[in-house]
Design a protein around this ligand. Sequence first.
Ligand SMILES: [Zn+2]
Ligand SMILES: [Zn+2]
Ligand SMILES: [Zn+2]
Length: 141
Amino acid sequence: MTTQEFWNKVKSPEYKVTQPRLAFADVLVQNQDVMLSAESLYEKTKTIFPKTNLSTIYRNLESLERLNMIYKVTTDDGLNLYKLKCASNEHHHHIICTKCGKVLDIHFCPFDTFSELAGKAGFTITEHRLELYGLCEDCRK
Ligand SMILES: [Zn+2]
Ligand SMILES: [Zn+2]
Ligand SMILES: [Zn+2]
C-alpha cells in the first residue's frame, strides 16, 4: 500500500489529515510488513515529525483500528504489536518474527478440518485467527 492508497482508504471525517498523522501514515506504510509496538512507531514517527508524542500515537492507532486499517496482535508478554492491515482481502495467515517483527503472509488455511469437526459437534465457526511465531532468516544468522 502506498501513502496515497492509505489516505484513499481511510477517507473518514473522523480521521482528517493533519501533520502528525501524515508522518504517522508514512511510518505505517514504510513498515507495512513489520509488527511494531506503539513505542517503536512513536520513535519512528518522531524522526519525521519531532513534535508528536506517545499518547497521540495511541489515539491514532485507536482511530485507525476503528476504521479497520490496523492488524494487531498481543504477544504472550502482553505487548501489543501493530501494522497496517494487508492489502489482500483474501483470508490468510501470518508468520511473525519474534525478534524483528517481520511478517510473512501464508496463503494457506489449515482450518477446514477444524470447521468440519466443529460442525459435527454442532458448532458453526464464525471466525478464527492463527499467527505463527518464529525467527526470520536474518535474525537466525
Ligand atoms: Zn527477524
Ligand atoms: Zn497478511
Ligand atoms: Zn484460516
